[in-house]
Design a protein around this ligand. Sequence first.
Ligand SMILES: Cc1cc2nc3c(=O)[nH]c(=O)nc-3n(C[C@H](O)[C@H](O)[C@H](O)COP(=O)(O)OP(=O)(O)OC[C@H]3O[C@@H](n4cnc5c(N)ncnc54)[C@H](O)[C@@H]3O)c2cc1C
Length: 406
Amino acid sequence: MIIGAGFAGLETARRLASVPVRITLIDKNNHHLFQPLLYQVAIAGLLPSQIAQPIRTIFRKQKNLTFQMGEVSTINFDEKYVKLNGSVIAYDYLVLAVGGRTNFFGFDVIEKEGFQLKDLETAVKTRNHLLRMFEQASHEGDAEKRKSLLTFVIVGGGPTGVETAGALAELISHVMVKDYPRLNLNEARVVLLEAAAHLISSYPDELRQATSKLLKKKNVDVRLNTKLENYNGQEVTLLDGSKIETQTLIWTAGVKATEIVEGLNVEKASAGRVRILPTLQLPQHPETFVIGDAAFLEENGQALPMISTVAIQQGVFTAKNILRLMKGQSPASFHYKDPGLLATIGRNAAVARIFGISFSGFIAWVIWVFLHIYRIIGFRNRIIVLFNWAWDYVFYDNQVRLITKE
Ligand SMILES: Cc1cc2nc3c(=O)[nH]c(=O)nc-3n(C[C@H](O)[C@H](O)[C@H](O)COP(=O)(O)OP(=O)(O)OC[C@H]3O[C@@H](n4cnc5c(N)ncnc54)[C@H](O)[C@@H]3O)c2cc1C
């Protein structure tokens, strides 16, 4: 049984395709989602259907797999069953790959008043809101109110915050200026707040510096060492008491364990992730593997990051360890192979570290574009995304500027 058809669960299921096992794959959604491009949905660059693929379509040809849509509410590790949609399903081996969710660090008000990028619903909600702000500003006579409508605050200077800030700044300067010729978009501001002293703190220093420079070139107001104190839907209050009037706060500052993991009576580490053995097994339960964002594992004294490459490699490795157990062999220990780092900061600009070499600019951006197109699931999606991006590149246009009902 595999719970979660994200990067980790999907990979385990695929790697067991030609093995004589029966797989039950469960997900609360009917689709696999390419989360790294959610921000593109939010900034009206891509449609939800271009970064998601129905799970039944992905596994159409895999005869040993059954998909069940539903949210697992209970897991009993001792008696080896889960509860789903009111029924009980037993398993021999369990792969728990349920990912994470946004960590608001106790700021309930931000969860209510702010925006987040976690799934298709939250990304579309963010897109609708952003586009509505320009509509409202276009007929707002009061200069102060207009300024607040056109101020966009992003909290969290990790890769998602950086990518969102860069793309939003370009949406304003390349696209909205054409759609709203009577609106003075020099009044628009994208503010990126980061509590630490650097952006993308897990990246080498030269890339952090390059990121800051690229964002500033795109007129993003980057504020480091800046902690948020409160937000009431109208106004951000910073720890030093200063305020930013804004109707838009996008929170990209953290990830934590999902509800189902939160309720498990197992040893947890930071962000509520499940502490696992180097073999990716749950201590005391060798038939259970916890992988991807839901799991906490340290290598060389450092926790593995909550990123897709870790999830994918753990998915592959889990399939191998399950086969070892089935053959009566001992499971092996997982070692993460770091493929490098990559983040884009809008058109023609990205930062990368590949094979130990750091670089930024156009070449990094081209690598980012092709890598993301390669990794999106579904040939049709790849072609459409490539076409969309080529169109946007040539015509300085974002094609999905639709305000829809939610
Ligand atoms: C906005 C954003 C941008 C990102 N950008 C990058 C990036 O640029 N590069 C990168 O490497 N990583 C990026 N990440 C992180 C990356 O997406 C995650 O590390 C990765 O998705 C983790 O894979 P996973 O399989 O553990 O979980 P997920 O991909 O989150 O999949 C978990 C699955 O479990 C399902 N599920 C959850 N609970 C239940 C339940 N109770 N019952 C049934 N199903 C359930 C969910 O529906 C989901 O399909 C980004 C994440 C976000 C949110």
